[in-house]
Write a protein that binds this ligand. Structure first.
Ligand SMILES: Nc1ncnc2c1ncn2[C@@H]1O[C@H](COP(=O)(O)OP(=O)(O)OP(=O)(O)O)[C@@H](O)[C@H]1O
Ligand SMILES: [Mg+2]
Length: 347
């Protein structure tokens, strides 16, 4: 090996993004096997990864896939790395294992350590590394120790009464340089939304990453194109700017293209606007309040939240009843709508 080749290899081995695109392949949404070139959301997560990470997201942006890649990267390049991919149900854990296996099989044999075990629960290598796939609450979790990397899928759909306790145990098992990624779409106001809220307010160790459908210009590119053609077929012409409804105008101002907005219209025609917002949120509040039961008018709260400048979180309220004080900044969040610099409504 020449010095140039050696330098190149060292560079690849020290960078999971480069390692992934050099050695891993993924089956894309069109069923094609392609080199795993990370999309902007995956790159942002990997580059910004801290020890504790929480990801709230729109569907299908590739967060589970990038976690499979990170597990393989650590397990193969760093001996004695124990990585865990956890999910809320057996079916979902199996689907994750399939993704992991597909990516693992695509890696050239020359760079793989020797396999000691390869079954539906884990991959184990002769360099002392192991990647386990299990469900939340399984015995495997209790045995997990010295964890290098942990990914938990759909945290908002795990049994919420157990999630905090189990997370604590997993966090205890993390190595000092270990990393944990909690990934979920929203499922109403619950432990996951609390964890998100605390992370967003800088009140916990977790670093928040929010990925909106509007920011995706790659993963659904083919579908946007197809839906735009279908839209034209149904309505005789493409959507034009002057036809946008107020909420669509807000999304347009946030960066959504007309093609994406046609895609959104057809998705909603096939389900409901609420369902769309739950699966494809444009901001965190939209994700949480449309996916649970609400006392307040979700549309109004969202409209105000979309005009972010006019809304602020209140962290202390004088003379608040003790019953509510217990929950303030925990389960209870109070926001104030400011009109022309004057505080007006408590939300
Ligand atoms: N960088 C990429 N290039 C091409 N295809 C990708 C890439 N990343 C992921 N995919 C494909 O996109 C699809 C969705 O990926 P994945 O399941 O990881 O997304 P997710 O954000 O975890 O989705 P979910 O909302 O279901 O949890 C999969 O078919 C995967 O193979
Ligand atoms: Mg996922």
């Amino acid at each position: 090996m020449t010095q140039g080749e050696k330098d190149k290899l060292i560079k690849i081995l020290s960078d999971p993004i480069l390692w992934g695109s050099s050695f891993c392949k993924v089956v894309d949404k069109n069923g094609k096997t392609v080199p795993f070139v990370m999309n902007p959301q995956q790159t942002e997560l990997v580059n910004g990864l801290s020890k504790y990470n929480i990801v709230l997201k729109s569907r299908q942006l590739g967060i589970t896939t990038v976690s499979c890649c990170l597990s393989l990267y650590y397990a193969i390049t760093q001996p004695n790395s124990h990585c865990m991919l956890i999910s809320f149900s057996m079916d979902s854990a199996n689907a994750i294992f399939d993704k992991l296996k597909q990516m693992y099989d695509s890696i050239p044999n020359a760079i793989k350590p020797r396999e000691l075990a390869n079954n539906r629960s884990y991959l184990k290598f002769d360099n002392g590394s192991k990647i386990s796939v299990c469900t939340m609450g399984s015995k495997e979790l209790a045995r997990g120790s010295s964890l290098k990397f942990v990914h938990i899928s759909e945290v908002a759909f795990c049994k919420q009464d157990k999630v905090v306790k189990q997370l604590l145990a997993i966090e205890q098992a993390l190595l000092p340089d270990g990393k944990i990624v909690l990934e979920s779409t929203a499922n109403g106001l619950n432990e996951f939304s609390n964890m998100w809220e605390r992370a967003e307010q800088g009140e916990s160790l977790y670093k928040p990453f929010f990925f909106s459908w509007i920011d995706d210009k790659i993963m659904f590119a083919e579908e946007y194109k197809q839906f735009a053609i279908r839209y034209k077929g149904i309505y005789g012409k493409s959507l034009e700017h002057n036809e946008l409804e107020p909420i669509e105008q807000t999304y347009f101002d946030m960066g959504a293209s007309l093609e994406q907005l046609m895609w959104r219209r057809l998705k909603i025609a096939n389900s409901t606007e609420m369902q769309f917002k739950q699966e494809y949120p444009a901001n965190p509040l939209e994700a949480f309040i449309t996916s649970g039961a609400n006392i307040f008018n979700a549309e109004k709260v969202q409209r105000l939240f979309n005009e972010r400048k006019t809304i602020e979180k209140i962290t202390s309220i004088p003379n608040i009843p003790i019953e509510l004080k217990l929950y303030l900044n925990n389960y209870l969040t109070v926001r104030r709508h400011i009109v022309g610099g004057v505080n007006s409504t408590l939300l």
